[in-house]
Design a protein around this ligand. Structure first.
Ligand SMILES: [Zn+2]
Length: 142
């Protein structure tokens, strides 16, 4: 049975709407590929997988607060990993059946940008591991 994840999404939130060419202009090629084309950066190549500084990871597309460094942990996967979002309303979860498997895709609820995937093997209370591309994030240090 497939876990129903859509029901928790906040559909009434305001969304950042931009044309494809506006996104291309704003984002780097790597950010565009991940956020707008649902690409995945290669493991151990992103700028944040080994990041230890404290702060808030914001959406690289629209600045929405996504993950706190407090919930970041070293998963050994080569991608930044978090046990939970800063605010559950700021991310949306979607069933993703690409590549012949069922995964849960994580997107920014404000701009719809692709962030990464959610896996059930996290070390925290919830067991969640948000596996996020560095490209999708901008660390706001504090
Ligand atoms: Zn966003």
């Amino acid at each position: 049975m497939i876990k129903q994840t859509h029901t928790k999404n906040q559909t009434e939130r305001p969304r950042v709407e931009k044309t494809d060419s506006a996104w291309r202009e704003q984002l780097t090629a790597a950010q565009y590929e991940v956020l707008r084309r649902k690409g995945t950066e290669r493991a151990f190549t992103g700028k944040y997988f080994d990041e230890k500084r404290k702060g808030m990871y914001r959406c690289a597309g629209c600045g929405t607060e996504l993950f706190s460094s407090e919930t970041k942990f070293d998963s050994g996967t080569g991608w930044p990993s978090f046990t939970e979002p800063a605010d559950r309303a700021n991310v949306e979860l979607h069933d993703d059946f690409s590549y012949g498997m069922h995964r849960i895709e994580v997107t920014c609820s404000a701009c719809g940008g692709h962030l990464g995937h959610l896996f059930p093997d996290g070390p925290g209370r919830t067991g969640d591991r948000y596996c996020i591309n560095s490209c999708s994030l901008d660390l706001d240090e504090h």
